[in-house]
Write a protein that binds this ligand. Structure first.
Ligand SMILES: [Fe+2]
Length: 384
C-alpha cells in the first residue's frame, strides 16, 4: 500500500483499506475522567491533527517579549516600519507547528514600546486584546479611542477600522485572540490597509471622531441601550457595537456576586455580551470571566467547544483529562473540545480567569453538548 500510495499520490488520491485507515476513536464508549478525543496516531492526514491541553507559563515566555522589543529598539529602520508588530504567536503542540491554539483560534502576545504604532487597517477575522499592562497603550476602532488598562477587553470585530499604539512612557503588553484559523479555513480572510478617511501625520492612525469612553457612555449602564444609534459598527454582522469592556468593571461585577452560590462547574462566571442583543460578542467566539474564591474547586465538566484561558489574578490549577496544569497570573492555557476539566483555586486569595470559547460557532452548527460529573460521579447532560 505504501508503494502504491507513493505512486497514486501523483494523481492526488490516497488508497485505503482497514489496515491503513485514518485513526478514529469513538468518544462516548469511554466514560473515565481521561476520556476525550485522542490524537490520531500512525498514518493520518494533516486535517486530523488535534489540539491538546497545554499551558504557556508567563515566566517562560515573557522574556522573549523583551528580546523582541530590544531588537526593535536598536533597529535601523523607522520605528513604525519595524515595530508594526512585535509579538509571538502561541502554537498548540498537537497542531504540528500551525500558528494556532485551537482549530478555531489564534493567540499572540504583543508588546508595544513607547512611540510604536500599528497603522490603521481592517480585516474580516474578529479579534480582541486582553490587556496585561497596568496602563498605557490604546486601540482606536471606528473613530473611538480606547485607552487600555489591565484586565480590559478591547474588541476589533469583523469589518472595523482599527489602529493600535503606545504614546505612554512604558512598554505595553497585551494578548491578541482572533478567529483567524477558522476564517482561513472558510476562505473568509481578507485585509485592507487603505483607510478612506483622514489619518494623523505619517503614523497612519485614524482620526478620533468620538469623545472619550464612547462605548461606556453608549452601553455602560446594564439594561439600557441608546435608541439613536444603529447598534451596528463596521460592516460585520452580529458583532458587538461595544468595543471596550473595562477590567475594573469586570472585577467589580465579579466581586459584587461573590456571596452567590455560583455555578458548580464555572464558579462565579460572567459572560461578556453584545449589549444590544445579549448574544456573544462575535458570532464565533464567546468571552467570559470567572472568579474562584479562595479554596474553591469546581466540578468536572466537558463540552464540545474549545476554550482558551488567561489567568488574570491569583493561583490555581486546572485538571484536564487526567493531567493537572498549575497556573498563576498571566499564564495562558487551552482546554480542547470535550476534555473533562475542573478548576481549583489553591491560594488564599481570589483567582480570576478570562475565557474565550468557540461555543457560539459550535451551537450554530448544532454540535454543542455539555456534560457535568455529579458528586456521585454519574454524568449529567447540561444542555437540555
Ligand atoms: Fe487587526
Amino acid at each position: 500500500m505504501e508503494r502504491l500510495n507513493a505512486e497514486a499520490g501523483k494523481l492526488h488520491i490516497w488508497l485505503r483499506t482497514q489496515a491503513n485507515a485514518p485513526a478514529q476513536r469513538p468518544w462516548f464508549r469511554e466514560t473515565g475522567i481521561e476520556a476525550s478525543g485522542r490524537i490520531a496516531a500512525g498514518r493520518v492526514g494533516a486535517a486530523q491533527l488535534k489540539p491538546v491541553a497545554h499551558r504557556w507559563q508567563w515566566s517562560e515566555i515573557a522574556p522573549y517579549l523583551d528580546r523582541i522589543a530590544e531588537i526593535a529598539r536598536g533597529a535601523d529602520v523607522s520605528p513604525i516600519e519595524f515595530a508594526e508588530r512585535q509579538q509571538f504567536l502561541l502554537t498548540n503542540p498537537g497542531l504540528g507547528g500551525r500558528l494556532q491554539v485551537t482549530s478555531t483560534m489564534r493567540c499572540a502576545v504583543s508588546i508595544y514600546n513607547p512611540g510604536d504604532v500599528a497603522p490603521v487597517h481592517i480585516h474580516t477575522p474578529n479579534a480582541s486584546r486582553t490587556i496585561l499592562s497596568d496602563s498605557g497603550g490604546y486601540t482606536t476602532i471606528e473613530g473611538e479611542r480606547c485607552e487600555a488598562a489591565r484586565g480590559d477587553l478591547i474588541l476589533t470585530p469583523n469589518g472595523t477600522w482599527h489602529d493600535h499604539g503606545n504614546d505612554g512612557s512604558e512598554p505595553v503588553v497585551w494578548i491578541d485572540v482572533l478567529d483567524f484559523p477558522l476564517m482561513e479555513f472558510l476562505d473568509c480572510v481578507w485585509l485592507d490597509e487603505t483607510f478612506p478617511g483622514d489619518t494623523l501625520g505619517n503614523s497612519r492612525a485614524q482620526t478620533v471622531t468620538h469623545a472619550g469612553s464612547y462605548s461606556q457612555r453608549l452601553y455602560g449602564q446594564g439594561g439600557l441601550v441608546p435608541r439613536f444609534v444603529a447598534q451596528r459598527r463596521g460592516f460585520g454582522r452580529d458583532t458587538t457595537p461595544m468595543f471596550h469592556y473595562r477590567g475594573a468593571d469586570v472585577r467589580e461585577a465579579l466581586d459584587g456576586l461573590r456571596q452567590e452560590e455560583g455555578d458548580p462547574y464555572e464558579a462565579i462566571a460572567l459572560r461578556f455580551v453584545n449589549p444590544a442583543t445579549g448574544a456573544s460578542l462575535f458570532p464565533t467566539l464567546d468571552y467570559g470571566a470567572l472568579l474562584l474564591r479562595p479554596g474553591e474547586a469546581t466540578r468536572f465538566k466537558r463540552e464540545t467547544a474549545s476554550t482558551l484561558y488567561i489567568a488574570m489574578e491569583g493561583e490555581g490549577a486546572t485538571e484536564i483529562g487526567g493531567q493537572r496544569l498549575d497556573w498563576r497570573a498571566n499564564d495562558i492555557f487551552v482546554v480542547p473540545s470535550f476534555a473533562w476539566r475542573r478548576h481549583v483555586n489553591k491560594g488564599g486569595i481570589d483567582a480570576v480567569l478570562y475565557t474565550v470559547s468557540d461555543a457560539p460557532l459550535i451551537e450554530k452548527i448544532g454540535q454543542y453538548r455539555a456534560q457535568g460529573r455529579l458528586p456521585d460521579d454519574t454524568v449529567a447532560e447540561l444542555v437540555p
